[in-house]
Design a protein around this ligand. Structure first.
Ligand code: BG6
Length: 477
């Protein structure tokens, strides 16, 4: 286009985080244990055995962090609530001290004109529920999750209007039950598909409750979206891309937005004898409940090619979600195999850098589901360096984000209804399996894997860049 459309006036220029990755204070003020509190302490699970016991100490320093957000002019801050702070064992007694922490955070944000965006579940399942009934594998979780969410809707629903239900169900299910890289570290796709179906029901149940308790609010899931490209225009590659898009994207998005599983993928799992067992009433619930927006976490696209019946299979440590997948040889025989896209550069963690893919993805979602979209995460994980005089020159991050915001602007000009854009992340934080060396923030945190140092907050160059993006409402990139 010669001239691009402007972002809406109330565009949510935001940034995001998750409780386990920033808060620390893992056992303070009545908090119960989550599966991550335990998993990261098992030898060999994370880079240099790092955990989130202290993380970046946001629990104690949230006021300082919010002051930095206010200085930047942030319009929205997406954070998750730790279920175990609210219900320490996941189900019985509510913990007022936990609610109070989030109330203080919410009030501090609102006092600084920053809209809170609450994620209800960002992977830190109460350990007790995992032990008691296998967590997401039992239908009992639907009731307990709903009870926890309703507590939050009642307490915060008048102040907070933007909510995210489940963060990256596709990732926590695949890494939890297929590649065994996240808790509960199982390798069993049948169990994954069944637990995933239960998570779909839980998601729909809390969205339905939300409509009762938070009138005028908006809620949607956040999906790790890696749009799929065919490696070439060979029809066999194109068909493989259709297969991968159905199994890796539509398998979740169609359920959220249309209330049904995609036909090809369901049939494929039925043939393997691992399709989820659907009980009476399940499909009615899924069809009845729709999100108000689609949240997407966008990091990269994936590229796939034809894979014959005797071709490559899923290999160790690699998944097919497009987001965390690497370009090494892996795939599903007769369905697709992952390929490296020769047109794209990659990050130091081998993630394809593809701003155009974001535009493609936003367009696909709009054509398929016709719902507003909130970008709930997008960002670059890199080794940033603290230099003399507290300078952190993260030009690479500015380039990355700038290109992605431009892609958003193009998508808006294409007709996409985009509510906002949250970067991942505001401060540096714990990158689950990658320790603290993989940094995403606008604010550098002075700590590393072995040494908590002073956890000082230092503004990177990208901090000033994003401040200007916000004040110009995305006109100056
Ligand atoms: C998403 C998550 O998967 O991507 C975040 O919602 C995560 O919690 C982010 O940190 C980046 O992934 P990683 O593995 O680089 O930390």
């Amino acid at each position: 286009y010669e001239k691009l459309d402007k972002f809406r006036d109330d565009f949510l220029w935001g940034s995001a985080s998750a409780a386990y990755q920033v808060e620390g204070a893992w056992d303070k003020d009545g908090k119960g244990e989550s599966v991550w509190d335990v998993y990261t302490k098992l030898p060999g699970t994370t880079f240099k055995n790092t955990n989130g016991d202290v993380a970046v100490d946001h629990y104690n320093r949230y006021k300082e962090d919010v002051a930095l957000m206010a200085e930047m002019g942030l319009k929205a801050y997406r954070f998750s609530i730790a279920w175990t702070r609210i219900y320490p064992d996941g189900k019985s007694e509510v913990n007022e001290e936990g609610l109070k922490f989030y109330e203080n955070l919410i009030d501090e944000l609102i006092a600084n004109d920053i809209k809170p965006v609450i994620t209800l579940y960002h992977w830190d399942l109460p350990k007790h529920l995992q032990d008691l009934y296998g967590g997401w594998e039992s239908r009992e979780i639907i009731h307990d999750f709903n009870k926890y969410c309703v507590t939050l809707f009642k307490r915060f629903g008048d102040k907070v209007k933007h909510w995210v239900s489940l963060n990256e169900q596709n990732i926590f299910m695949t890494l939890g039950y297929v590649t065994a890289m996240h808790p509960p570290a199982v390798k069993d796709q049948k169990r994954m598909l069944q637990a995933n179906h239960i998570a779909n029901l839980a998601n729909a149940t809390v969205i339905e409750s939300f409509k009762t308790y938070v009138p005028g609010g908006m809620i949607g899931p956040s999906f790790a979206f890696g749009p799929v490209y065919p490696f070439s225009c060979n029809p066999k590659d194109v068909l493989s891309a259709e297969n991968a898009e159905d199994l890796n994207c539509n398998w979740w998005l169609d359920v959220y937005c249309k209330g049904k599983y995609p036909a090809f993928a369901f049939k494929y799992y039925e043939r393997l004898g691992i399709a989820p067992v659907i009980e009476e009433g399940d499909l009615e619930l899924l069809e009845r409940v729709k999100p108000d927006f689609i949240g997407i976490n966008y990091y990269q696209t994936s590229t796939v090619a034809f894979n014959p019946l005797d071709g490559v299979g899923q290999s160790e440590g690699i998944n097919n979600t497009g987001k965390k997948g690497t370009a090494k040889e892996s795939g599903l025989p007769g369905v697709f195999k992952n390929a490296k896209n020769p047109h794209l550069e990659t990050t130091n963690w081998d993630w394809a850098i593809d701003p155009t893919g974001l535009r493609v993805g936003l367009r696909r979602l709009t054509s398929k589901y016709n719902l507003p979209i909130l970008i709930t995460e997008n960002g670059l994980g890199e080794f940033d360096k603290l230099e003399e005089n507290d300078v952190v020159d993260d030009a690479h991050r500015i380039d990355y984000l700038s290109a992605h915001v431009k892609a958003c602007k193009e998508a808006v000009s294409d007709g996409v209804d985009l509510l906002g854009y949250c970067t991942w992340s505001f401060t540096d934080l714990l990158s689950w399996l990658n320790g603290y060396q993989k940094r995403y923030g606008f604010v550098y945190i002075d700590r590393d894997e072995n040494d908590q140092k002073d956890l000082r907050r230092i503004k990177k160059n990208s901090f000033y860049w994003y401040k200007n993006v916000i004040s110009s409402n995305g006109e100056e990139l």
